[in-house]
Write a protein that binds this ligand. Structure first.
Ligand SMILES: [Mg+2]
Length: 321
């Protein structure tokens, strides 16, 4: 089979404000852009955007992997990328399947706008609403429990009736705290509570998912396709939040998702427009029959202009290896 010439470049993107989750504080997204040129001269792009605290490889491991590849790669090279490099699997297969240009961007009402943690959420939702966002996500499990619940009530009182709100604990709650939250939100319109407990507490989350009316979603627990399959086999029928950029080969994810008719959403790892477009294209295939917003309302977290550039221009901005 004909090969493609392969090149890669590193990018660094500081966040407009530090991103706080129960995993800690994150200041800058580092990732890699892949550029393939096939025998006919067709150029396509892919992106490697690891998230090591979700169990993916680090950017250093991805870089090391790329440095050991030959300058020309084939479909066989890509199929042999090992399972411990899921962000590389995604980046290479999506580059191989080929997006060469920016597609039309997706309207905000199909996306979930990420609010900052704590009371800043109260001042942040309105401008996003004005841009067309109707679904919002707010991180919990970071500050004091009762303070967060008070802010939650202020937020739901302020949001218009038709708004949807997702809560994401990033695995940061105890069993007791999860119960307090689930009782507090039982009579509200929360779309789902994401990853209340840590990854090692699967049985407890399965138990919680059957006790309260608010749906629960898994995120950290289903970071890779292998983890997603395990949770499904162990009985999870709630919502799956899947980050395609770290889930491994898109073709494998698509096959399992479609076979099992999963209820889920695709979600961002703060990729550039290149990884974002590949993830959203996959999401459009997977999230059929649902009106859930994709978890990609995050471009307001950056203050550079990378998301406005054509892919080739974005590539030219980055320093050659
Ligand atoms: Mg999450």
């Amino acid at each position: 089979m004909a090969g493609s010439r392969f090149a890669y470049r590193l990018y660094h993107r500081p966040f407009r404000r530090s991103l706080q989750t129960s995993h800690g504080t994150w200041d800058r997204r580092d990732g890699m852009i892949l550029r393939l040129v096939d025998a006919a001269g067709q150029i396509t792009f892919g992106e490697i955007a690891p998230l090591p605290w979700f169990g993916s490889e680090t950017i250093a491991q991805a870089w090391d992997f790329c440095q050991h590849l030959p300058p020309e790669i084939t479909a066989e090279t890509i199929a042999m990328i090992p399972a411990h490099l899921p962000a590389c699997q995604f980046g290479f297969e999506s580059a191989w399947m080929g997006h060469s240009q920016r597609a039309e961007s997706i309207a905000p009402h199909h996306l979930s706008g990420l609010l900052p943690a704590g009371k800043s959420a109260l001042e942040t939702w309105q401008p996003l609403w004005d841009q067309g966002y109707r679904t919002f996500k707010w991180k919990i499990g970071i500050g004091d429990l009762l303070t967060e619940i008070q802010i939650f009530h202020s937020l739901t009182a302020a949001l218009p009736q038709s708004a949807r709100l997702r809560l994401d604990a990033n695995g940061g709650l105890t069993w007791q705290e999860a119960i307090v939250w689930l009782e507090s939100i039982a009579a509200t319109q929360v779309e789902f509570l994401e990853q209340p407990l840590s990854v090692d507490q699967f049985d407890a989350m399965l138990d919680l998912s059957q006790r309260y009316p608010t749906p629960l979603a898994l995120d950290e627990s289903v970071a890779t396709l292998a983890q997603l399959q395990t949770c499904y086999q162990r009985g999870w029928r709630g919502v799956f939040v899947v980050k395609p950029s770290i889930a491994g080969f898109p073709s494998h994810l698509r096959q399992f998702w479609q076979q099992q008719h999963l209820d889920g959403v695709v979600s961002s790892v703060f990729e550039t427009a290149i990884g974002r477009q590949a993830s959203l294209a996959l999401g459009a295939e997977l999230q059929t029959g649902t009106d859930r917003a994709a978890g990609f309302g995050v471009t307001h977290w950056f203050n550079d202009d990378l998301d406005t550039l054509e892919f080739e221009q974005l590539w030219q901005r980055l320093s050659p290896v």
